[in-house]
Design a protein around this ligand. Structure first.
Ligand SMILES: NC(=O)c1ccc[n+]([C@@H]2O[C@H](COP(=O)([O-])OP(=O)(O)OC[C@H]3O[C@@H](n4cnc5c(N)ncnc54)[C@H](O)[C@@H]3O)[C@@H](O)[C@H]2O)c1
Length: 256
């Protein structure tokens, strides 16, 4: 098997860090023409030459419209809806309106805004692939993370529905579920969980590992590899799936 994305055009949201960055680098390496965005311009500026980028807050409809301004005329093959924020770790009664809206804005509104721009291009071409970043929180319950869970379950529903709605036009839609991903984001989640539950950080780190069958953490590059496979011609009949790279998450909240 020799995966190539040569000649394919991809938009990847939030490519400044984490899995978005890993995916942008991987797709670029496989020959795709990549356009990414982020709110962190300094991070975008460290991407290698050949990867196009613009500053864009994908939770804002008008900014997403600007992101897609050229795409509408130049065509597009792949949309990776990667942007997502963890939101607060706290009991539901303490979650503020602003915290709730911020998570919905980045995790689910953004996917709707981007899909709305990509789909007409895909329909015209009679092909296209959308990858939505889900989470174990979009499949399981996760105490003290209500906004994130609600947004990610919405991502699961959007993914399954768009796969049905767009399949007749040869447009594939899949969800990818990262597990415990090594990096700054996961460290923040562990720290917030430890503080909220009155546990030490190492205990919480171990709890997340034992919540998976393989008792593991994964690297951003592993998620990027799956996304590249799904977007390649090898994935040409894979649609409507929610696929984990997570060692099989059994629970996000093992009771300590
Ligand atoms: N890290 C994990 O363990 C994990 C686990 C499951 C699911 N996920 C999901 O995977 C996706 C990627 O997560 P990650 O950990 O790589 O992300 P991350 O926290 O490393 O952030 C990546 C980038 O998102 C950017 N960003 C934040 N808000 C933005 C906005 N409004 N518009 C544009 N860019 C914005 C940040 O500036 C950052 O550069 C997210 O949807 C996340 O919810 C992550």
């Amino acid at each position: 098997m020799d995966i190539s994305l040569a000649g394919k055009r991809a938009v990847i949201t939030a490519g400044g860090a984490g899995m978005g960055r890993a995916t942008a680098l991987a797709m670029h390496g496989l020959g795709a023409r990549v356009l990414t965005c982020d709110i962190d311009e300094a991070a975008l500026a460290t991407l290698p030459d050949g990867i196009d980028w613009v500053r864009c807050d994908v939770s804002t409809s008008s900014e997403v419209a600007a992101l897609f301004a050229d795409v509408d005329t130049e065509g597009l093959d792949i949309l990776v809806n990667n942007a997502g924020i963890a939101g607060p770790t706290k009991p539901i009664e303490e979650v503020t309106d602003d915290e709730w809206r911020a998570v919905m804005g980045v995790c689910i509104d953004s996917q709707f805004y981007c899909a709305r721009h990509a789909v007409p291009v895909f329909r015209k071409q009679q092909h296209g692939v959308i990858i939505n970043l889900v989470s174990g929180a979009g499949i399981l319950g996760y105490p003290n993370r209500a906004p994130y869970v609600a947004a990610k379950w919405a991502v699961t529903g959007l993914t399954r529905t768009l796969a049905m709605e767009l399949g007749p036009d040869n447009i594939r839609v899949n969800g990818v579920v990262p597990g415990n991903v090594n990096g700054a984001r996961m460290e923040g989640v562990i720290k917030a969980h430890a503080e909220n539950d009155g546990l030490d950080v190492e205990t919480v780190r171990r709890l997340y590992a034992i919540g998976t069958s393989m008792q593991c953490y994964v690297d951003p590059e592993e998620i990027a590899d799956l996304i590249c496979f799904l977007c390649s011609d090898y994935g040409r009949h894979i649609s409507g799936q929610i696929v984990g790279v997570d060692g099989n998450t059994e629970t996000l909240y093992p009771r300590s």
